[in-house]
Design a protein around this ligand. Structure first.
Ligand code: HEC
Length: 376
Protein backbone atom coordinates (compact mmCIF):
# COMPACT_ATOMS: atom_id res chain seq x y z
CA UNK A 1 0.00 0.00 0.00
CA UNK A 2 1.41 3.39 -0.91
CA UNK A 3 2.09 5.92 1.84
CA UNK A 4 -0.51 8.14 0.29
CA UNK A 5 -3.09 5.44 0.16
CA UNK A 6 -2.30 4.47 3.73
CA UNK A 7 -2.46 8.07 4.93
CA UNK A 8 -5.73 8.50 3.16
CA UNK A 9 -7.21 5.36 4.67
CA UNK A 10 -6.25 6.60 8.13
CA UNK A 11 -7.62 10.04 7.41
CA UNK A 12 -10.70 8.51 5.97
CA UNK A 13 -11.40 6.58 9.13
CA UNK A 14 -10.79 9.68 11.24
CA UNK A 15 -12.56 12.22 9.13
CA UNK A 16 -15.02 10.06 7.19
CA UNK A 17 -13.26 10.91 3.96
CA UNK A 18 -14.51 14.44 3.72
CA UNK A 19 -13.38 15.95 0.44
CA UNK A 20 -10.47 13.56 0.16
CA UNK A 21 -12.13 11.49 -2.54
CA UNK A 22 -12.57 14.61 -4.62
CA UNK A 23 -9.07 16.04 -4.23
CA UNK A 24 -7.36 12.80 -5.19
CA UNK A 25 -9.53 12.04 -8.25
CA UNK A 26 -7.66 9.97 -10.81
CA UNK A 27 -4.51 9.79 -8.75
CA UNK A 28 -4.89 6.56 -6.79
CA UNK A 29 -5.16 3.23 -8.57
CA UNK A 30 -7.89 0.85 -7.46
CA UNK A 31 -6.52 -2.58 -8.32
CA UNK A 32 -9.31 -4.81 -9.58
CA UNK A 33 -9.07 -8.57 -9.99
CA UNK A 34 -11.12 -10.11 -12.76
CA UNK A 35 -11.07 -13.09 -15.12
CA UNK A 36 -9.47 -12.25 -18.50
CA UNK A 37 -11.74 -14.62 -20.43
CA UNK A 38 -15.19 -14.87 -18.92
CA UNK A 39 -17.70 -13.00 -21.06
CA UNK A 40 -20.32 -11.76 -20.42
CA UNK A 41 -18.71 -11.00 -17.04
CA UNK A 42 -15.19 -9.92 -17.91
CA UNK A 43 -12.66 -9.96 -20.72
CA UNK A 44 -9.20 -8.43 -20.92
CA UNK A 45 -9.12 -7.97 -24.69
CA UNK A 46 -11.48 -7.27 -27.54
CA UNK A 47 -14.31 -4.81 -28.06
CA UNK A 48 -16.56 -6.14 -25.29
CA UNK A 49 -15.27 -5.88 -21.75
CA UNK A 50 -18.08 -7.49 -19.81
CA UNK A 51 -20.38 -6.35 -17.04
CA UNK A 52 -17.88 -6.66 -14.19
CA UNK A 53 -15.18 -4.70 -15.97
CA UNK A 54 -17.51 -1.89 -16.98
CA UNK A 55 -18.97 -1.81 -13.50
CA UNK A 56 -15.53 -1.82 -11.84
CA UNK A 57 -14.65 1.24 -13.91
CA UNK A 58 -17.80 3.02 -12.79
CA UNK A 59 -17.13 2.10 -9.17
CA UNK A 60 -13.53 3.38 -9.39
CA UNK A 61 -14.81 6.62 -10.85
CA UNK A 62 -17.22 7.05 -7.94
CA UNK A 63 -14.36 6.37 -5.53
CA UNK A 64 -12.15 8.94 -7.25
CA UNK A 65 -9.58 6.29 -8.11
CA UNK A 66 -8.37 4.99 -11.44
CA UNK A 67 -9.02 1.31 -12.22
CA UNK A 68 -6.05 -0.96 -12.73
CA UNK A 69 -6.92 -4.51 -13.77
CA UNK A 70 -5.18 -7.60 -12.49
CA UNK A 71 -6.20 -10.59 -14.64
CA UNK A 72 -6.45 -14.11 -13.30
CA UNK A 73 -8.43 -17.07 -14.66
CA UNK A 74 -11.13 -18.28 -12.29
CA UNK A 75 -11.76 -21.90 -13.30
CA UNK A 76 -10.75 -22.59 -9.75
CA UNK A 77 -12.03 -19.57 -7.89
CA UNK A 78 -10.51 -20.32 -4.51
CA UNK A 79 -7.12 -20.78 -6.10
CA UNK A 80 -7.57 -17.51 -7.98
CA UNK A 81 -8.39 -15.77 -4.69
CA UNK A 82 -5.34 -17.24 -2.98
CA UNK A 83 -3.09 -16.05 -5.80
CA UNK A 84 -4.48 -12.53 -6.09
CA UNK A 85 -6.46 -10.59 -3.54
CA UNK A 86 -5.47 -12.69 -0.53
CA UNK A 87 -1.81 -11.87 -1.26
CA UNK A 88 -2.57 -8.17 -1.65
CA UNK A 89 -2.34 -8.54 -5.45
CA UNK A 90 -5.43 -6.40 -5.86
CA UNK A 91 -7.93 -4.44 -3.77
CA UNK A 92 -11.30 -5.56 -5.10
CA UNK A 93 -12.33 -8.90 -6.60
CA UNK A 94 -15.14 -8.80 -9.18
CA UNK A 95 -17.06 -10.83 -8.23
CA UNK A 96 -18.02 -13.61 -5.82
CA UNK A 97 -21.13 -15.50 -4.78
CA UNK A 98 -22.80 -13.36 -2.11
CA UNK A 99 -24.43 -16.24 -0.23
CA UNK A 100 -23.35 -16.65 3.37
CA UNK A 101 -22.21 -20.27 2.95
CA UNK A 102 -19.60 -19.19 0.39
CA UNK A 103 -16.97 -18.16 2.92
CA UNK A 104 -13.32 -17.42 2.21
CA UNK A 105 -10.92 -16.95 5.08
CA UNK A 106 -9.37 -13.49 4.97
CA UNK A 107 -12.01 -12.01 2.73
CA UNK A 108 -14.92 -9.63 3.22
CA UNK A 109 -17.79 -9.22 0.81
CA UNK A 110 -19.76 -6.12 -0.07
CA UNK A 111 -23.54 -6.17 -0.19
CA UNK A 112 -24.90 -8.14 -3.17
CA UNK A 113 -25.34 -6.07 -6.32
CA UNK A 114 -26.77 -8.41 -8.95
CA UNK A 115 -29.05 -11.47 -9.18
CA UNK A 116 -27.78 -14.33 -11.30
CA UNK A 117 -29.52 -17.64 -11.90
CA UNK A 118 -30.27 -20.43 -14.28
CA UNK A 119 -32.78 -19.62 -16.98
CA UNK A 120 -35.19 -21.40 -19.26
CA UNK A 121 -34.33 -20.85 -22.91
CA UNK A 122 -37.34 -21.51 -25.09
CA UNK A 123 -38.80 -20.50 -28.46
CA UNK A 124 -40.99 -17.40 -28.00
CA UNK A 125 -44.03 -19.33 -29.20
CA UNK A 126 -43.78 -21.78 -26.32
CA UNK A 127 -45.39 -20.37 -23.20
CA UNK A 128 -43.56 -21.56 -20.09
CA UNK A 129 -44.95 -20.47 -16.77
CA UNK A 130 -43.73 -23.26 -14.52
CA UNK A 131 -42.04 -26.61 -14.30
CA UNK A 132 -45.26 -28.40 -15.33
CA UNK A 133 -45.13 -26.76 -18.78
CA UNK A 134 -41.85 -28.56 -19.43
CA UNK A 135 -43.36 -31.98 -18.83
CA UNK A 136 -43.06 -34.22 -21.88
CA UNK A 137 -40.66 -31.80 -23.58
CA UNK A 138 -37.08 -32.74 -24.34
CA UNK A 139 -34.99 -30.46 -22.13
CA UNK A 140 -31.33 -29.62 -22.69
CA UNK A 141 -29.24 -29.23 -19.52
CA UNK A 142 -25.57 -29.12 -18.62
CA UNK A 143 -24.39 -32.46 -17.35
CA UNK A 144 -24.42 -32.58 -13.57
CA UNK A 145 -25.78 -29.03 -13.20
CA UNK A 146 -28.43 -28.33 -10.53
CA UNK A 147 -31.28 -28.27 -13.11
CA UNK A 148 -30.08 -31.67 -14.37
CA UNK A 149 -30.15 -33.08 -10.85
CA UNK A 150 -33.51 -31.44 -10.11
CA UNK A 151 -35.19 -32.81 -13.23
CA UNK A 152 -33.66 -36.25 -12.86
CA UNK A 153 -35.36 -36.44 -9.47
CA UNK A 154 -38.83 -35.74 -10.94
CA UNK A 155 -41.18 -38.01 -12.84
CA UNK A 156 -42.02 -37.15 -16.42
CA UNK A 157 -39.11 -34.97 -17.53
CA UNK A 158 -36.80 -36.03 -20.31
CA UNK A 159 -33.40 -34.42 -20.33
CA UNK A 160 -30.47 -34.48 -22.73
CA UNK A 161 -27.23 -33.41 -21.18
CA UNK A 162 -24.46 -31.38 -22.75
CA UNK A 163 -20.97 -30.33 -21.84
CA UNK A 164 -21.30 -26.64 -22.69
CA UNK A 165 -23.90 -23.93 -23.26
CA UNK A 166 -23.15 -23.54 -26.95
CA UNK A 167 -23.67 -27.27 -27.55
CA UNK A 168 -27.04 -27.09 -25.84
CA UNK A 169 -28.03 -23.97 -27.79
CA UNK A 170 -26.97 -25.59 -31.07
CA UNK A 171 -29.19 -28.59 -30.22
CA UNK A 172 -32.03 -26.18 -29.48
CA UNK A 173 -31.48 -24.55 -32.86
CA UNK A 174 -31.54 -27.93 -34.62
CA UNK A 175 -34.71 -28.87 -32.75
CA UNK A 176 -33.07 -31.78 -30.96
CA UNK A 177 -34.25 -30.33 -27.68
CA UNK A 178 -37.36 -28.17 -27.27
CA UNK A 179 -36.14 -26.05 -24.37
CA UNK A 180 -32.93 -25.70 -22.41
CA UNK A 181 -32.19 -24.75 -18.80
CA UNK A 182 -28.78 -23.09 -18.72
CA UNK A 183 -26.81 -20.57 -16.65
CA UNK A 184 -28.78 -17.39 -17.39
CA UNK A 185 -26.11 -14.73 -18.01
CA UNK A 186 -24.23 -16.91 -20.50
CA UNK A 187 -27.34 -18.19 -22.24
CA UNK A 188 -28.77 -14.67 -22.47
CA UNK A 189 -25.52 -13.28 -23.82
CA UNK A 190 -25.15 -16.02 -26.43
CA UNK A 191 -28.79 -15.68 -27.40
CA UNK A 192 -28.32 -11.94 -27.96
CA UNK A 193 -24.95 -12.06 -29.73
CA UNK A 194 -25.03 -15.30 -31.69
CA UNK A 195 -28.65 -16.32 -32.15
CA UNK A 196 -30.25 -12.95 -32.95
CA UNK A 197 -32.22 -12.92 -29.70
CA UNK A 198 -34.62 -15.51 -31.12
CA UNK A 199 -35.33 -17.22 -27.80
CA UNK A 200 -37.05 -16.06 -24.67
CA UNK A 201 -34.73 -16.42 -21.73
CA UNK A 202 -36.59 -16.53 -18.41
CA UNK A 203 -34.72 -16.53 -15.10
CA UNK A 204 -35.72 -19.19 -12.58
CA UNK A 205 -35.56 -19.42 -8.79
CA UNK A 206 -35.23 -22.47 -6.61
CA UNK A 207 -32.73 -24.12 -4.35
CA UNK A 208 -29.29 -24.13 -5.93
CA UNK A 209 -30.58 -22.44 -9.07
CA UNK A 210 -29.44 -18.92 -8.46
CA UNK A 211 -28.09 -16.33 -6.12
CA UNK A 212 -26.45 -12.95 -5.98
CA UNK A 213 -22.93 -11.68 -6.47
CA UNK A 214 -20.85 -9.25 -4.43
CA UNK A 215 -17.39 -7.68 -4.58
CA UNK A 216 -14.65 -9.22 -2.43
CA UNK A 217 -12.12 -7.14 -0.46
CA UNK A 218 -9.50 -8.24 2.05
CA UNK A 219 -10.49 -8.59 5.69
CA UNK A 220 -9.71 -5.37 7.53
CA UNK A 221 -10.64 -3.24 4.52
CA UNK A 222 -14.02 -2.39 5.98
CA UNK A 223 -13.77 1.20 4.94
CA UNK A 224 -13.12 0.27 1.30
CA UNK A 225 -16.00 -2.21 1.44
CA UNK A 226 -18.30 0.52 2.75
CA UNK A 227 -17.27 2.93 0.00
CA UNK A 228 -17.80 0.26 -2.67
CA UNK A 229 -21.19 -0.55 -1.13
CA UNK A 230 -22.21 3.08 -1.38
CA UNK A 231 -21.01 3.29 -5.00
CA UNK A 232 -22.84 0.09 -5.94
CA UNK A 233 -26.05 1.37 -4.39
CA UNK A 234 -25.78 4.61 -6.38
CA UNK A 235 -24.97 2.66 -9.53
CA UNK A 236 -28.05 0.41 -9.47
CA UNK A 237 -29.56 1.99 -12.62
CA UNK A 238 -26.26 1.55 -14.49
CA UNK A 239 -25.99 -2.06 -13.29
CA UNK A 240 -29.47 -2.73 -14.67
CA UNK A 241 -28.45 -1.08 -17.96
CA UNK A 242 -25.29 -3.20 -18.17
CA UNK A 243 -27.26 -6.37 -17.43
CA UNK A 244 -29.52 -5.55 -20.38
CA UNK A 245 -26.60 -4.64 -22.60
CA UNK A 246 -25.02 -8.05 -22.05
CA UNK A 247 -28.31 -9.90 -22.46
CA UNK A 248 -28.65 -11.11 -18.84
CA UNK A 249 -32.15 -12.49 -18.33
CA UNK A 250 -34.18 -9.90 -16.44
CA UNK A 251 -37.81 -9.91 -15.47
CA UNK A 252 -39.64 -11.85 -12.85
CA UNK A 253 -37.98 -15.17 -12.06
CA UNK A 254 -40.11 -18.27 -12.39
CA UNK A 255 -40.04 -20.69 -9.47
CA UNK A 256 -38.88 -24.17 -10.40
CA UNK A 257 -40.01 -26.02 -7.33
CA UNK A 258 -39.06 -29.60 -6.92
CA UNK A 259 -40.74 -32.11 -4.70
CA UNK A 260 -38.31 -33.77 -2.34
CA UNK A 261 -37.95 -37.38 -3.31
CA UNK A 262 -36.57 -40.41 -1.59
CA UNK A 263 -33.07 -41.38 -2.68
CA UNK A 264 -34.43 -44.56 -4.27
CA UNK A 265 -36.86 -42.68 -6.50
CA UNK A 266 -34.03 -40.34 -7.41
CA UNK A 267 -31.78 -43.16 -8.46
CA UNK A 268 -34.52 -44.89 -10.44
CA UNK A 269 -35.04 -41.72 -12.46
CA UNK A 270 -31.38 -41.08 -12.90
CA UNK A 271 -31.01 -44.28 -14.82
CA UNK A 272 -34.44 -44.35 -16.47
CA UNK A 273 -35.35 -40.82 -17.55
CA UNK A 274 -31.95 -39.61 -18.54
CA UNK A 275 -30.68 -39.65 -22.08
CA UNK A 276 -27.01 -39.19 -22.48
CA UNK A 277 -26.10 -37.00 -25.42
CA UNK A 278 -23.78 -38.48 -28.00
CA UNK A 279 -21.07 -35.97 -27.21
CA UNK A 280 -20.82 -37.38 -23.72
CA UNK A 281 -18.07 -39.74 -22.91
CA UNK A 282 -19.15 -43.30 -23.68
CA UNK A 283 -20.09 -45.19 -20.57
CA UNK A 284 -18.07 -48.22 -19.91
CA UNK A 285 -19.42 -51.10 -17.95
CA UNK A 286 -16.02 -51.88 -16.58
CA UNK A 287 -16.17 -54.38 -13.75
CA UNK A 288 -15.20 -52.99 -10.37
CA UNK A 289 -11.51 -53.30 -9.80
CA UNK A 290 -10.64 -55.45 -6.87
CA UNK A 291 -8.89 -53.85 -3.95
CA UNK A 292 -5.14 -54.14 -3.89
CA UNK A 293 -4.22 -56.72 -1.29
CA UNK A 294 -2.11 -54.28 0.63
CA UNK A 295 -0.35 -51.00 0.28
CA UNK A 296 -1.75 -47.52 -0.22
CA UNK A 297 -5.01 -47.15 -2.12
CA UNK A 298 -5.03 -43.70 -3.71
CA UNK A 299 -7.96 -41.63 -2.49
CA UNK A 300 -8.38 -43.61 0.71
CA UNK A 301 -6.47 -41.20 2.93
CA UNK A 302 -8.41 -38.22 1.63
CA UNK A 303 -11.66 -40.11 2.08
CA UNK A 304 -10.96 -41.19 5.63
CA UNK A 305 -9.69 -37.74 6.60
CA UNK A 306 -12.45 -35.68 5.05
CA UNK A 307 -15.52 -37.74 4.23
CA UNK A 308 -15.58 -40.40 6.93
CA UNK A 309 -17.18 -38.31 9.67
CA UNK A 310 -20.39 -38.38 7.63
CA UNK A 311 -19.90 -41.61 5.66
CA UNK A 312 -18.06 -43.79 8.17
CA UNK A 313 -14.54 -45.17 7.95
CA UNK A 314 -14.12 -46.75 4.51
CA UNK A 315 -17.64 -45.61 3.64
CA UNK A 316 -19.31 -48.10 5.95
CA UNK A 317 -22.00 -45.86 7.37
CA UNK A 318 -24.85 -47.48 9.30
CA UNK A 319 -27.18 -44.91 7.68
CA UNK A 320 -28.24 -46.51 4.41
CA UNK A 321 -28.19 -43.36 2.19
CA UNK A 322 -24.70 -42.61 3.42
CA UNK A 323 -23.34 -46.12 3.03
CA UNK A 324 -21.00 -45.78 0.09
CA UNK A 325 -20.49 -49.52 -0.25
CA UNK A 326 -23.93 -49.71 -1.87
CA UNK A 327 -23.36 -47.26 -4.70
CA UNK A 328 -23.12 -49.89 -7.42
CA UNK A 329 -26.09 -51.78 -6.11
CA UNK A 330 -28.09 -48.57 -5.95
CA UNK A 331 -27.21 -46.98 -9.31
CA UNK A 332 -26.05 -50.00 -11.32
CA UNK A 333 -23.86 -49.02 -14.28
CA UNK A 334 -24.38 -45.30 -13.63
CA UNK A 335 -22.90 -45.33 -10.18
CA UNK A 336 -19.58 -43.68 -11.01
CA UNK A 337 -21.21 -40.80 -12.87
CA UNK A 338 -23.73 -40.33 -10.08
CA UNK A 339 -20.97 -40.37 -7.48
CA UNK A 340 -18.86 -37.94 -9.50
CA UNK A 341 -21.74 -35.49 -9.92
CA UNK A 342 -22.68 -35.77 -6.26
CA UNK A 343 -19.13 -35.26 -5.01
CA UNK A 344 -18.54 -32.28 -7.31
CA UNK A 345 -21.86 -30.50 -6.86
CA UNK A 346 -23.03 -31.84 -3.52
CA UNK A 347 -26.69 -32.24 -2.63
CA UNK A 348 -27.14 -29.12 -0.62
CA UNK A 349 -30.70 -29.96 0.38
CA UNK A 350 -29.65 -33.36 1.79
CA UNK A 351 -26.53 -32.18 3.65
CA UNK A 352 -23.87 -33.36 1.22
CA UNK A 353 -21.39 -30.50 0.59
CA UNK A 354 -19.98 -29.64 -2.84
CA UNK A 355 -16.26 -30.45 -3.21
CA UNK A 356 -15.36 -29.17 -6.65
CA UNK A 357 -13.81 -25.99 -5.31
CA UNK A 358 -11.77 -27.93 -2.76
CA UNK A 359 -10.38 -30.86 -4.74
CA UNK A 360 -9.01 -31.23 -8.25
CA UNK A 361 -10.67 -33.56 -10.75
CA UNK A 362 -7.72 -35.90 -10.34
CA UNK A 363 -8.23 -36.08 -6.57
CA UNK A 364 -11.94 -36.75 -7.00
CA UNK A 365 -11.13 -39.50 -9.54
CA UNK A 366 -8.84 -41.05 -6.97
CA UNK A 367 -11.58 -41.02 -4.37
CA UNK A 368 -13.90 -42.71 -6.88
CA UNK A 369 -11.16 -45.22 -7.55
CA UNK A 370 -11.15 -45.92 -3.83
CA UNK A 371 -14.96 -46.16 -3.73
CA UNK A 372 -14.68 -48.77 -6.51
CA UNK A 373 -12.81 -51.04 -4.14
CA UNK A 374 -15.68 -50.86 -1.61
CA UNK A 375 -18.63 -51.90 -3.78
CA UNK A 376 -20.36 -55.12 -2.87
C1 HEC B 1 -21.28 -33.12 6.28
C2 HEC B 1 -21.51 -34.50 5.95
C3 HEC B 1 -20.89 -35.04 4.67
C4 HEC B 1 -19.58 -35.00 4.27
C5 HEC B 1 -18.41 -34.33 4.99
C6 HEC B 1 -19.52 -35.73 3.03
N1 HEC B 1 -20.76 -36.19 2.69
FE1 HEC B 1 -21.20 -37.31 1.05
N2 HEC B 1 -23.20 -37.27 1.58
C7 HEC B 1 -23.70 -36.76 2.74
C8 HEC B 1 -25.12 -37.03 2.80
C9 HEC B 1 -26.06 -36.63 3.92
C10 HEC B 1 -25.43 -37.75 1.63
C11 HEC B 1 -26.78 -38.32 1.25
C12 HEC B 1 -27.46 -37.43 0.26
C13 HEC B 1 -28.84 -37.95 -0.16
O1 HEC B 1 -29.41 -38.77 0.52
O2 HEC B 1 -29.30 -37.50 -1.19
C14 HEC B 1 -24.19 -37.87 0.89
C15 HEC B 1 -24.09 -38.52 -0.33
C16 HEC B 1 -22.90 -38.86 -0.95
C17 HEC B 1 -22.81 -39.68 -2.13
C18 HEC B 1 -23.94 -40.25 -2.91
C19 HEC B 1 -24.50 -41.44 -2.18
C20 HEC B 1 -25.72 -42.01 -2.85
O3 HEC B 1 -25.97 -43.20 -2.65
O4 HEC B 1 -26.43 -41.32 -3.58
C21 HEC B 1 -21.46 -39.78 -2.41
C22 HEC B 1 -20.86 -40.55 -3.56
C23 HEC B 1 -20.75 -39.03 -1.41
N3 HEC B 1 -21.66 -38.48 -0.53
C24 HEC B 1 -19.39 -38.91 -1.36
C25 HEC B 1 -18.70 -38.10 -0.45
C26 HEC B 1 -17.27 -37.88 -0.47
C27 HEC B 1 -16.30 -38.51 -1.45
C28 HEC B 1 -17.00 -37.01 0.54
C29 HEC B 1 -15.67 -36.42 0.93
C30 HEC B 1 -14.94 -35.72 -0.08
C31 HEC B 1 -18.25 -36.73 1.22
N4 HEC B 1 -19.25 -37.39 0.57
C32 HEC B 1 -18.36 -35.92 2.32
C33 HEC B 1 -22.99 -36.07 3.71
C34 HEC B 1 -21.63 -35.79 3.66
Amino acid sequence: MSIRRFARRVLCTLAACIALGATSAGAEPLRICADPDNLPFSKSEGPEKGLYVELARLVSQKLGESPEFVWWLTYNQRKALRNTILQDGCDAYFALPANADYRVRGLLKTKPFLDVSYAIVAPSVLPVSGLADLRGKRIGVLHGSPPHILLAAQQGYATSSFRANDEALAALERGEVEVAILWGPNAGYENARRHGGRWQVTPVTGEGLGGQVAVGVRRGQDELAARIDKALAELQPQIEELARKYGFPRGKPMPLVARRVAPDARSANLSAGLTVHSSMVARTNAPAASAPAEGVIPGRTLFNNVCSHCHGTDGASPVSERDLRKLQRRYKDNWKDTALTTIKNGRQDAGMPSWKATYSDAQIEEVIGFLTTLQK
